[in-house]
Design a protein around this ligand. Structure first.
Ligand SMILES: Cc1ncc(COP(=O)(O)O)c(C=O)c1O
Length: 306
């Protein structure tokens, strides 16, 4: 990981190496926390902008509300902190931003009402999550044995730290089996999402992605659906079965970290021509245009840091 100079902790900029917590911090033991994953890009005019900052911060606060953590900072304060953090770290070439709401030191036991709620924001340079080659040639995916935590036993719509145990187990299983990424099914066997991304297929020119019944309410998925409509495609939000994926013409992931990553193989079945499909390519390049400030319609979603 590429280190930066400062991390924002509860209102103060702290040296990267001094950004520490007590070993008895509540979140470390019981797993209640909320995160965001937000990205800033160098724009076409040489500046740098955070994409959909407000939406990400709002989701952080929503995730915290769902998981019963009362965040002691307002949405505006958190937005301002993220802009200042990138400025102070001189991350002008773009960055990944990781806000974290966590329960700190002082209370043990599961009843967390009195535990202090702390917030940190870190940012660093982070390249393509599934690799540059994955963005061009597509990645190989395994449908894992892990069921995506159902809403009856978790806070599925929250970007809750606790949900990532489920994701980690799935990802590990897929990578150890020789694949790049994991797909998880919901408790009825329909495709839910990937370990850290949403899932789309293309069949006969129609773009299909599951509803967010058992997945994060994804910000990139919403952007890509808007973009697909702009480009004149029909988008269906409906459940997808495992075998439908195998015969799809194209498949791809969307997410802040994975951006738009093509899928070339699922469970030893080659998807389409086994390369980035033409519709995926259009959406991918359209997405990069948006985040780099080249698409006027989406200019309102960019928060410039310089
Ligand atoms: C489990 C999971 N699903 C979906 C996504 C995609 O969400 P977004 O597009 O808002 O980054 C992510 C990434 O944040 C994720 O971790």
């Amino acid at each position: 990981m590429t280190e930066a100079k400062y991390i924002w902790m509860d209102g103060k900029f702290v040296d990267w190496h001094d950004a520490k917590v007590h070993v008895l911090s509540h979140t470390l033991h019981y797993g209640n926390g909320a995160i965001e994953g937000t990205k800033a890009y160098k724009t076409h005019d040489g500046r740098c902008a955070i994409f959909k900052l407000k939406e990400h911060t709002k989701r952080l606060l929503n995730s915290s509300k769902m998981t019963l953590m009362d965040v002691p900072f307002s949405e505006d304060e958190l937005n301002k902190a993220q802009v200042e953090l990138l400025q102070k770290n001189e991350l002008n070439e773009g960055a990944y931003i990781r806000p974290l709401v966590y329960l700190g030191y002082g209370v043990m036991g599961l009843y967390h009402k009195e535990a202090p709620v702390n917030v940190s924001i870190s940012a660093w340079e982070w390249g393509a999550y599934l690799g540059e080659e994955g963005l061009k040639k597509g990645v190989r995916v395994k449908i894992t044995s892990m069921t995506r935590t159902p809403n009856t036993s978790g806070m599925g719509k929250a970007k809750a730290v606790a949900n990532y145990l489920n994701s980690q187990m799935a990802k590990y299983e897929a990578v150890e089996a020789g694949y790049d990424e994991a797909l998880l099914r919901d408790d009825q066997g329909y495709i839910a999402e990937a370990s850290g991304a949403c899932f789309f297929i293309v069949r006969d020119g129609i773009i299909i992605t599951p509803p967010n019944d058992t997945s994060l309410e994804s910000i990139t998925q919403a952007t890509v659906i808007d973009l697909a409509h702009d480009l004149g495609y029909k988008v269906e939000r409906r459940r997808i079965t495992r075998e439908e994926i195998y015969i799809a013409d194209e498949a791809f992931f969307t997410g802040t970290a994975v951006e738009v990553t093509p899928i070339r193989e699922v469970d030893a079945r080659i998807i389409g021509a086994g390369e980035r499909g033409p519709i995926t390519e259009k959406l991918q390049s359209g997405y990069f245009d948006i985040v780099q400030g080249k698409n006027e319609k989406y200019a309102k979603h960019l928060t410039y840091i310089n």
